[in-house]
Design a protein around this ligand. Sequence first.
Ligand SMILES: Nc1nc2c(ncn2[C@@H]2O[C@H](COP(=O)(O)OP(=O)(O)OP(=O)(O)O)[C@@H](O)[C@H]2O)c(=O)[nH]1
Length: 390
Amino acid sequence: MEAEQAASTSSSSAPTGDKKKPVTIITIGMAGAGKSTFVQRLNSYLHSLEPSSPPYILNLDPAVTYVPYEPNIDIRDTVNYQEVMKQYNLGPNGGILTALNLFTTKFDQVLNLVEQRAESVDYVILDTPGQIEIFTWSASGAIITDAIASSLPTVVAYIIDTPRTTAPATFMSNMLYACSILYKTKLPFILVFNKTDVQPHDFAVEWMNDFEEFQAALASHSGSTDAEGEPTYMNSLMNSMSLVLDEFYKNLKAGAGFKEFIEAVEASREEYQNEYLPELERAKAQREKTLQEAKQDSMNRFMKDLAIDREKNPGSALEDRWDPEEEEEYDDGDDLDIIDRCELDVSSNVDFVLRNYLASLAEETGPGQYIDVTRARRHDAENINWPRPG
Ligand SMILES: Nc1nc2c(ncn2[C@@H]2O[C@H](COP(=O)(O)OP(=O)(O)OP(=O)(O)O)[C@@H](O)[C@H]2O)c(=O)[nH]1
């Protein structure tokens, strides 16, 4: 990744907000696009700043064998996706999806850990599973995105494998996918053209800026005309699609390198506050109103039924009283399963006793809990019995 080209839907670069919260960057991209490498480079860029600004990183890919950075929270510490595959008789994609679903059931705990770090970090980075649809089109992906985005300013970084998008049809498909994620999440969006050391991204910028250039590329590409020299169905379809995408491109601003990427992320903070948050609050208020109305409606019906019942059975109505003394105290248990290992400086002089203590703590807490960083032993419990989802 010699150079990163970032294009974002943001329009301003001034960060706002009374209390500055970290921005969450959700990296999404096709398999092999370079998400993990991007996260690693971004991580080292943020470390190299003066003053340094180490991000808080979450790896959400249960199937990855190696990540080139040290995540603070790693799904692999919690769910062994191969064990999940075995237990549920699933193939690799089903295993990854189910592992992500299991992880999502406890995402409130993860969010808790992230929020605890909100004061001390500037950026939270999510690395998502290799198969893009596992995150973008699954309920878990939507739950994780909504949970993060309703708590912190959030931006999507859509990683594009530049050398693999030079064909007009592939470029169009990739852009349509990006567009669909933008409309699904409604979050500020940054396109990151990756691997520009192998293939400069100028062609893409040209196509995005000039719709006629894209159509010319399309026309010159083999397979765009049939035996009689007429444009093929695919070609006409792509021509129309490129008009649709024109609107999407209009809001993009270009930049190059990590410095400008971070500027685009900071600009997205304002976009999040001005556009996403009010929309989120409006939707929340609407949901609460609907819920309230539904509750009121069922309460009215219940009271009506009760009145009829009491009219018919005056004797039992006398016994039908609520005695607060009889009420038992309900204790829903202590949700104290989480260890935030980041609070300990594990990179320095953690002595032997403390390490042992941490290891035994990890054993005691067992699967289904979230262990922040990194010294936790991976897959301690290979014979986990996961609950059936749903
Ligand atoms: N030349 C070049 N190669 C890159 C760049 N970024 C990533 N790669 C290579 O692309 C391949 C995939 O990179 P990853 O970072 O694993 O991609 P990913 O999207 O996380 O992959 P999955 O999560 O497994 O789908 C690796 O071989 C990387 O070395 C880049 O900027 N330039």
